[in-house]
Design a binder for this molecule. Structure first.
Ligand code: UT7
Length: 333
């Protein structure tokens, strides 16, 4: 059986920095509230030339360069996002075109904040079975165009940011380790606690327009923040422990935990609960906000650039979000 190595990781974020003070010009919010509740100081918002696919492509180009491969070696594309360029088709095919790849398969993953780890798991199965040798996995989000940027939406809109991260996954050479295990979960009874309900098959855009109901804000993301927070801290801890137990490892064996960047308070809660040192946990939500499927690869890319990930390190990825879905992966870099 083969194993899966991350051979290149990179990210792309738009230049436009939006601070908490910037948001407070149009929304009844303030730097103190946002910092205290979430840890976020600023986020990036896409410019007119950015799209979910184009940001993903920019991150992918850098990841391919860092992997030292030719793009013609890519056998398959996996694209995780909740904010696709189009309702359909998904952005995977757009990356195939934008990168000028041969006619390889492109799979779109719809698992929100857990999307990158779900995508990694799918890629790992393809590589393990020998079906593909080199897979491009992207997480990218353009949230800013779809948020309610009025005071009504402040509980959600101050949290999210735009950006993309990408990894090149390769079949490991003999004796090399890589992805050790992945763990995927869902609990659909909570689907509407964190969701973007419309458009959907019962309420398409023309219906919403015809009804002209000012209270119908189903086309904006909704989050029951307290409820999600309480579930997140439990599920994050559980799924990290599941990954460790599967591999007979302990908390102290982890060189770096890269949690999905949902809220700095969630990361700190998990760190305290699992009694981890500061140097074992990576956080960059302060600079980017919550970038959903992009948050783990952006964090992984920055951690790698900062020298916080070295060959042989045990890395744990963990995510929780809309669905609810949650997931983890343990890998030897
Ligand atoms: O990535 C996917 C998973 N997502 C998460 O895990 C997020 C989980 N949830 C959270 O991170 C937190 O629940 C939030 C950061 C979203 C909210 O923090 P909170 O401590 O749960 O605040 P809250 O929703 O209970 O709101 C507290 C107060 C309310 O006012 P009242 O009713 O106490 O008068 C809100 O109206 O804060 C008010 N508020 C704001 N005030 C200033 C809500 N949003 C804002 C805002 N600025 N942006």
């Amino acid at each position: 059986m083969y194993t899966t190595k991350i051979s290149g990781v990179a990210h792309y974020v738009p230049d436009n920095i939006v601070t908490n003070n910037d948001l407070s010009k149009t929304i009844d919010t303030n730097d103190e509230w946002i910092t205290e509740r979430t840890g976020i100081k600023e986020r990036r918002f896409a410019g007119p030339n950015d799209s979910t696919s184009s940001m993903g492509t920019r991150a992918a180009e850098r990841a391919i360069e860092r992997a030292g491969i030719d793009k013609s070696e890519i056998d398959f594309i996996i694209f995780a996002t909740l904010s696709p360029d189009y309702y359909f088709p998904g952005p995977g095919v757009l990356v195939q075109e934008q990168l000028g790849l041969k006619e390889v398969g492109a799979l779109d993953v719809r698992n929100q904040c857990s999307g990158f780890v779900y995508g990694l798991s799918v890629a790992d199965q393809f590589i393990k079975t020998g079906m593909y040798k080199t897979i491009l996995l992207i997480g990218s989000e353009l949230h800013s165009g779809g948020l309610d940027m009025t005071t009504r939406g402040r509980g959600v809109s101050v949290i999210f940011g735009d950006g993309a991260g990408a990894v090149v996954l390769k079949r490991a050479e003999d004796g090399e380790e890589g992805v050790l295990s992945t763990h995927l979960h869902s609990e659909g009874k909570h689907a509407e606690e964190l969701a973007l309900i419309a458009p959907n098959t019962k309420r398409w855009v023309p219906t919403i327009m015809q009804n002209k109901d000012p209270d119908d804000i189903s086309y904006f993301p909704y989050m029951n923040g307290n409820f999600v927070f309480k579930h997140a801290v439990v599920r994050f801890s559980e799924v990290i422990m599941e990954a460790l137990q599967t591999n007979n490892a302990t908390i102290s064996d982890i060189d770096l935990l890269i949690p999905h960047q949902a809220n700095l308070r969630i990361s700190q809660f998990i760190q305290n609960k699992l009694q981890m040192r500061d140097d074992q946990v990576y956080n960059n939500i302060m600079r980017y906000g919550n970038t959903t499927a992009a948050s783990i690869p952006i964090a992984m890319s920055e951690a790698w650039e900062e020298g916080r990930i070295k060959s042989g390190d045990l890395i744990c990825l963990a995510a929780f979000g809309s669905g609810f879905t949650w997931a983890s992966a343990l890998l030897k870099w």
